[in-house]
Ligand binder design. Structure first.
Ligand code: FES
Length: 128
């Protein structure tokens, strides 16, 4: 994806966020923010007994990059196994937002991923 397409993707997710809102009775629910700017993301996750992310939503306040990244993250995760979420890396986020954005705004681009990692720790252990 070229730079212009990447910027358009981010703007589209910021202006038309996917999976924005809250979930009732989530299995995990975590808020996390960047202390420097005060931007915050709250993630809600529902996970099936066999470890699939059946639903995910976010709420938040903040810059275009942080909120667009959260929207993209929820789109990528819905319907995926928990192992996919557990193995997501900085490189995955960079492939979504673009190298330039990642290098110039890393804290913004990674806020959603950091929130996700905390939410995964918040999940109750399911009986196996
Ligand atoms: Fe705060 Fe982007 S300026 S997360």
């Amino acid at each position: 994806m070229d730079r212009q397409a990447q910027i358009e993707l981010l703007l589209d997710h910021y202006e038309n966020p996917r999976n924005r809102g809250r979930l009732e009775n989530p299995d995990a629910h975590v808020s996390w923010g960047n202390p420097g700017c005060g931007d915050v993301i709250t993630l809600y996750l529902k996970v099936s007994d066999d470890g699939q992310i059946t639903d995910i939503a976010f709420e938040g306040e903040g810059c275009t990059v942080s909120q667009a990244s959260a929207s993209i993250l929820t789109e990528k995760l819905k319907g995926q196994p928990l192992s996919y979420a557990e193995n997501l890396t900085v490189d995955d986020v960079m492939s979504w937002v673009g190298r330039e954005v990642m290098l110039s705004r890393p804290r913004c681009a990674l806020l959603a991923l950091s929130t996700l990692k905390l939410a995964l720790r918040d999940l109750p252990k399911k009986p196996s």
